[in-house]
Design a binder for this molecule. Structure first.
Ligand code: UGY
Ligand code: MN
Length: 250
């Protein structure tokens, strides 16, 4: 928030194929299924995204969730704080770095046991003929090894969801040491919802380099040219989604 005597300006950019939105520009929403929880809708179909992503900040004792509808899968990631995720009545304690992918067939409810910050993403699950839909996945990012990305030891990729055909959603954490970058400008059909967890850098979106930092959200739609450089002094780290393992419907 800027002091009243200062000019207003923003790094927010909303374009047809991408958006970058710093946290300070998102007013809170009220979500009926997360009563009293401070909620920010980071991405939605109104933006152009094929998914919905939220930043939720339940205080201790607050929570929310959804009933199984057979259609929508939900990913939870605990950025800070802690809580219990109950899935079909079974409790899974999650602390910072904890995550879960809940299938569309399960009721789920998260209750904060300490003031928490969550990134939550929901997406229509795309079934795959001949393959059983996956069950509940629960994990801890601290236990997921980082793979060296395309030969650069300063760029590590953690895949939080197994890369198996039954899953139609990848959720990854990229960590770049200062000065390291993606090796190319990528252009691909998959879209990304990206929450910037730590550090800062320059993101290439469309045809321009934009400064990004912790607590920024980026939506990258299909085919938006994209790349990233980490600047110092600490490693840059972001959590991002990617729709994977499915053909393109016509
Ligand atoms: O998985 C990806 O497409 C990743 N390399 N993209 C990105 O970080 N913008
Ligand atoms: Mn990409």
């Amino acid at each position: 928030m800027r002091a009243r005597h200062q000019l207003l300006h923003s790094r927010a950019r909303v374009r047809a194929r991408y958006a970058i939105c710093p946290l300070e520009g998102y007013p809170a929403s009220r979500l009926p299924h997360w009563p009293d929880v401070e909620a920010r809708v980071l991405a939605s179909p109104a933006l152009g995204a094929g998914f919905v992503e939220y930043l939720l900040e339940p205080r201790r004792g607050q929570g929310g969730g959804a009933r199984a509808d057979g259609r929508v899968e939900t990913f939870y990631y605990v950025v800070s704080g802690a809580g219990d995720l109950s899935v079909d009545g079974r409790r899974h304690p999650l602390a910072a770095g904890g995550y879960a992918l809940v299938p569309p067939t399960a009721d789920h409810r998260f209750e904060a046991t300490a003031d928490a910050r969550l990134v939550v993403l929901k997406k229509v699950y795309e079934p795959l003929a001949g393959s059983n839909p996956p069950g509940l996945l629960v994990g801890d990012a601290a236990r997921v090894p980082g793979a060296v990305y395309m030969g650069d030891e300063g760029a590590l990729l953690q895949s939080l969801v197994p890369d198996e055909p039954a899953y139609d959603l990848a959720m990854n954490i990229f960590t770049f040491e200062p000065g390291h970058s993606l090796p190319v400008v990528e252009t691909h059909v998959m879209e990304h919802g990206l929450w910037f967890l730590q550090g800062k850098g320059l993101y290439y979106l469309g045809d321009t380099w934009l400064e990004v930092e912790q607590d920024d959200f980026i939506w990258m739609g299909p085919y938006v040219p994209q790349s990233f450089y980490a600047t110092g002094p600490v490693a840059a780290k972001y959590l991002y989604s990617k729709n994977v393992n499915r053909d393109i419907p016509l």
